[in-house]
Design a protein around this ligand. Structure first.
Ligand SMILES: [Zn+2]
Length: 409
């Protein structure tokens, strides 16, 4: 439970300092006079506190804003290299990792093989991340923390307890275990949520307050952004779109129910239907099925058309409930989009409530690194979160930024 802080002059000074950092982090370069107005601080207080932040190497004067008459105002921006954050997307068979600077700009990307279903998966994950953390030691700026995106439900990013049928992880205290192992703050969220965060901060979601990110491929995922903020729902369970039942007596889902959306449109579902129709062999994978469709095979085309119709109908229901300004489609399954598109569009537009029928749908090129960037952004968001409330390990992240500087680390 969050607890409002109260206290001394020094504490208020720290809060104001954190509030200024937070404002610059969220808004980008901003004038001192604007900071004073936004935070209801006196210009003298802002001058003193920003001078300290500049001396500490966290903030720098970046550009002169044009102004009508008088002197141009100097803008204050973050020093990107003051600190880094690490983000990782955990998939069943690999890790995608990205290191970003304080501005969220990518510094490096890496991919590591990883077997999430191995009995010692947690230890191996800890070893892999520790090695990546160690790579930057001594050379790169200090790490504020590690953000992780996992395919499953996470109670709270700061709690990091994961429930993931896909990975076979049940009530796994991933966040606290890794925090102990790495000696760094660790924040965890559902992987599609981290993708939605990346879209909101760095992608097409920057221009819209309300959007959804739907992912297709191994499963079906959903990230919901409402009023500019990620909607996680109670217990982090929002967005389990893949487990909406579409048919009675349908195929068994890995969640234990029958006829979920995922059992009809995931890669495994398409392969199951293609194999039973003799379109691909028992050993063929999704790439072979897509190749059949690419070469004009009518049976393969029909499999994709059926899946496109089902997905379009489901997304229509989603739009009718949430009324987003934009629907983003992503995930490895979009590699076959040209085979899905016509049937998807037909079903979507037909089933949408008429006033919402023109909602734009955009397909995002498949990019693992973007998910990892969103995971790293979990750490940056914690750094710049409203500083009035104590949260763990959100405060721990922010303190690494400011205390580390004061100690000259
Ligand atoms: Zn299911």
């Amino acid at each position: 439970m969050a607890r409002l802080r109260s206290g001394s002059g020094a504490l208020i000074r720290d809060l104001n300092r954190a509030a200024i950092l937070s404002l610059i982090g969220q808004r980008g370069p901003i004038a001192r006079v604007e900071i004073a107005r936004e935070l209801a601080l006196s210009p003298a207080t802002v001058t003193v506190l920003t001078r300290d932040l500049v001396q500490d190497g966290l903030v720098r004067e970046v550009a002169a804003a044009p102004s009508r008459g008088g002197r141009p105002a100097v803008l204050l921006g973050l020093v990107g290299e003051a600190a880094h954050a690490l983000g990782a997307k955990i998939a069943a068979d690999h890790l995608a990792v990205m290191r970003v600077n304080l501005d969220g700009e990518p510094v490096s990307v890496a991919e590591r093989p990883f077997d999430a279903t191995a009995p010692d998966a947690l230890e191996r994950l800890g070893d892999a991340l520790a090695a990546i953390v160690a790579e930057g030691d001594g050379r790169a700026p200090r790490l504020l923390g590690v953000g992780l995106g996992v395919p499953g439900i996470v109670d709270l990013p700061s709690g990091g307890v994961v429930e993931s049928p896909v990975l076979g992880w049940h009530a796994l205290p991933l966040g606290s275990w890794l925090q102990e192992r790495l000696g760094l703050p660790v924040l965890v969220d559902n992987d599609v949520n981290t993708l939605a965060v990346a879209e909101r901060l760095y992608g097409r979601g920057r221009a819209v307050e309300h959007f959804v990110t739907v992912t297709i491929g191994r499963g079906v995922g959903l990230g919901i952004v409402v009023g500019g903020e990620l909607h996680r729902g109670a217990r982090g369970g929002a967005g389990e779109f893949g487990h909406v039942r579409m048919v009675d007596d349908g195929p068994l889902c890995q969640c234990g129910n029958h006829g979920c959306l995922e059992t009809l449109v995931s890669d495994a579902a398409l392969l199951r239907d293609a194999r039973s129709a003799g379109i691909v062999g028992a050993r063929d994978g999704i790439d072979q099925l897509r190749a059949r469709a690419d070469s004009g095979d009518a049976g393969a085309a029909a499999i994709y058309a059926t899946a496109g119709t089902t997905l379009g109908r489901a997304v229509a229901g989603l739009v009718n409930v949430l009324s987003p300004q934009l629907v983003l489609l992503s995930g490895e399954g979009t590699q076959a989009w040209r085979h899905l598109e016509a049937a998807f569009e037909g079903a979507l537009r037909r089933d949408l409530f008429a006033p919402l029928r023109d909602v734009p749908v955009e397909v995002d090129p498949w990019d693992d690194a973007k998910w990892a960037r969103g995971a790293a952004a979990l750490v940056l968001r914690a750094t710049f979160a409203a500083p009035l409330y104590e949260r763990q390990p959100d405060d721990a992240v922010r303190e690494r930024l400011t205390a580390g500087v004061a100690r000259g680390v």
